[in-house]
Design a protein around this ligand. Structure first.
Ligand SMILES: [Zn+2]
Ligand SMILES: [Zn+2]
Length: 313
């Protein structure tokens, strides 16, 4: 039985705080709460549960940016301090998270670290990885949320043993390197004009790693094909990413495969972006009504794998 999973890297301003202030995409950050709300509304409208992998700091209500004892590199929280700190609405989101917890699709709320640390970076020591997991879990638990799913910032996989030791059961892995349209080693698969029209995204299969974690690889980034190429193709074949997503959803419905779509709330900055997500949700809903396709979350996939006999790789 085929399935679709949507995972959402939820970070507001935290996705860019390690950029120099002048290089942060200020428009995208400014629209990030709008994008979050529109995404939640759209998923609600079609009753589609998703895995929201949240930067743990967003559960906080306030902080002075000190984070004493957190083993991060010097200046890591500098954007929270000084004369022009990043606006609080992009650093805290207990309000949006409470809405998500109460909302009707039974969303899976997971972690995207505590402060958007890249787990394979040189600065990402074992201590820091552990602290990022522990603090994210604590902040979520204070809000009554227990997290089991993990998405690595920028898909940089690392410290998997620490994930397992701190209680996570699954993570989003990178797109398989042997997709139909060629080998990939980049953590984020970039679509080209040729592949976006011709080939469906890869269906993926969850596997269990040496630490007992379920790896649920990505199939398609819903905002990996932007700029002028998106506009040109949209005028001729319609939104090329919707086309890709539909091919993946149809392929999953026709097989046992998993089509794992992902995006950020802050990818939604215009009505055209919302329309893309809405078209994908409408297609999932339609196919789900007519076939055995199910909508799963990373948590439910990991739970299913745990009860099955699977190959350990
Ligand atoms: Zn803080
Ligand atoms: Zn991120």
């Amino acid at each position: 039985m085929g399935a679709v999973v949507i995972s959402i890297d939820t970070e507001l301003g935290w996705g860019f705080h390690d950029y120099p202030a002048a290089e942060r995409p200020t428009e995208r950050i400014a629209r990030s709460r709008w994008g979050w709300e529109r995404l939640a509304e759209t998923l609600g409208e079609y009753d589609i549960p998703a895995t929201w992998a949240v930067v743990g700091h967003l559960f906080e209500h306030d902080c002075a940016g000190a984070h004493v004892g957190h083993p991060s590199p010097p200046g890591w929280f500098a954007h929270e301090r000084g004369e022009a700190p990043m606006d609080e609405q992009y650093r805290f989101a207990p309000d949006l998270l409470a809405d998500l917890v109460e909302s009707d699709p039974d969303h899976d709320i997971g972690a995207h670290t505590y402060s958007h640390v890249e787990f394979d970076a040189d600065y990402a020591t074992e201590d820091l990885a552990r602290a990022e997991c522990d603090r994210a879990i604590d902040a979520a638990e204070a809000a009554g949320v227990s997290m089991t799913s993990f998405v690595f910032p920028r898909n940089r996989v690392g410290h998997r043993e620490t994930l397992a030791e701190t209680g996570f059961t699954c993570y989003r892995g990178t797109v398989p390197e042997t997709s139909a349209d060629g080998p990939y080693s980049a953590p984020i698969r970039k679509l080209t004009q040729a592949t976006v029209v011709r080939n469906p995204p890869p269906l993926v299969e969850p596997t269990v790693d040496e630490y007992g974690l379920v790896n649920i690889p990505a199939s398609l980034y819903l905002f990996g094909f932007e700029g002028p190429a998106r506009r040109v193709l949209s005028a001729t074949v319609g939104d090329p990413v919707v086309r890709q997503a539909k091919m993946g959803i149809d392929a999953a419905a026709a097989s046992d495969g998993l089509c794992h779509l992902w995006l950020h709330p802050n990818n939604l900055t215009t009505e055209a972006d919302v329309a893309r997500v809405e078209a994908v949700c409408a297609h999932i809903d339609g196919v789900r009504a007519e076939t055995a396709l199910t909508v799963e979350t990373m948590r439910s996939v990991a739970e299913d794998v745990a009860t099955e006999d699977v190959t350990v790789v």
